[in-house]
Design a protein around this ligand. Structure first.
Ligand SMILES: Cc1cc2nc3c(=O)[nH]c(=O)nc-3n(C[C@H](O)[C@H](O)[C@H](O)COP(=O)(O)OP(=O)(O)OC[C@H]3O[C@@H](n4cnc5c(N)ncnc54)[C@H](O)[C@@H]3O)c2cc1C
Length: 323
């Protein structure tokens, strides 16, 4: 049996941000992740400046690909609206590995299956035990299922279905495009060139509404990629997109039960308008670490519910590498 005061299940942005703060406070913690890093994660990889601020890192200090986005081409009912902004694009395979390494805590490859409570310990698969347990295992986090699942239900109307493809190609436009509600999609689709030839294209929408429309996310994907081709934004349709589901922000009764916590996608914290989850994951991971260190209750009330107000750059901030 391996003992650690704190065990974090999942080494994505939520888990590694939590570990990073715990380590800074001198706490003993261990990350368990079912995958070995670097591992891929389905995600567009768009991050806001808030992410860098939360991580206390300057963009120049980030050691991997980080593309500045100073304008987003929004498309709404056939009208193109260029919006000045200050955002970044990263590749999750690099970003997550960087974060987990930066946390500087032990990481073990282990798929968590069974969690039991014994004499004040959380016992994991009869192999690990801890006094505190942080659930950062994403949409299907076993900590959520075991410790919170009885009382908390993730509402289907908050579930997002998404498909995407990140690949290297000679992309034909270096600008970022976002289409809202195209062909009645209850969500949006994106075209995000990241530099070094990497392009991420994808589409996400409310699962229940798509189902009620009698279509599927893959129907929308086929329409979307065909559209990109006919707009000459790509020169071929990529094969094998990957899909994932996650939850937008919704009410949970509690994010902490005894010494167990849920953060990031495990708690369903993505913003209601754009489904931005990386910042919520990092911010909630940091808040959970603080709650453990300061022995205070962990609450997620302070986390942002919307992304769009922060995306549109105000006039005074527009000297950010104008094009
Ligand atoms: C297609 C798509 C595009 C997106 N685009 C964006 C975007 O551009 N910007 C943005 O801000 N958000 C985006 N999101 C949301 C964002 O990806 C998530 O909100 C974010 O990754 C949540 O981080 P997390 O650490 O909570 O979970 P994750 O990143 O999912 O990490 C969870 C970790 O837990 C591990 N794990 C899972 N189960 C177990 C287990 N049983 N045992 C051990 N380990 C386990 C996994 O291997 C993984 O490493 C997107 C989501 C999708 C699906």
């Amino acid at each position: 049996m391996i003992d650690s005061k704190i065990i974090i299940v999942g080494g994505g942005p939520a888990g590694s941000a939590c570990a990073w703060k715990l380590k800074q406070a001198g706490e003993d913690c261990l990350i368990l992740d079912r995958k070995t890093f670097p591992r891929s994660k389905i995600c567009a990889g768009w991050i806001t400046p808030r992410v860098l601020t939360a991580l206390e890192v300057k963009k120049q200090a980030y050691p991997f690909l980080l593309k500045e986005i100073d304008r987003i081409q929004f498309h709404l009912f056939g009208i193109r609206i260029p919006v000045p902004t200050r955002q970044y694009a990263i590749r999750r395979v690099e970003f997550d590995q960087w974060m987990v390494k930066r946390a500087n805590v032990p990481v073990r490859t282990h798929t968590v299956k069974k969690i039991t409570r014994e004499n004040g310990w959380y016992v994991i698969d009869n192999q690990y035990r801890s006094r505190y347990l942080v659930g950062a295992g994403g949409t299907h986090c076993p900590v959520f299922a075991t410790c919170f699942g009885k009382d908390e239900k993730k509402p289907l109307n908050a579930m997002i279905a998404a498909v995407e493809k990140e690949y290297q190609c000679d992309y034909l436009d270096s600008r970022c495009h976002i289409w809202f509600f195209d062909r009645k999609l209850p969500g949006y689709s994106w075209y995000l060139p990241k530099g070094n030839g990497w392009l991420n294209i994808g589409i996400g929408g409310k699962f229940l509404k798509i189902k009620k429309q009698g279509t599927t996310i893959m129907d929308h994907w086929r329409y979307f990629t065909q559209n990109l081709l006919s707009r000459s934004l790509i020169d071929r349709i990529p094969e094998y997109p990957q899909g994932h589901t996650y939850y937008l922000r919704h009410r949970m009764i509690r994010y902490q039960k005894e010494n167990a916590f849920v953060v990031g996608d495990a708690a369903g914290l993505s913003t209601l308008d754009m489904g931005e989850g990386i910042h919520a994951a990092i911010a909630s991971g940091i808040l959970a670490a603080k709650a453990i260190v300061e022995r205070k209750e962990f609450r997620a009330d302070a986390l942002l519910k919307f992304s769009l107000p922060g995306i549109v750059l105000k006039q005074k901030d527009r000297n950010f590498s104008k094009r």
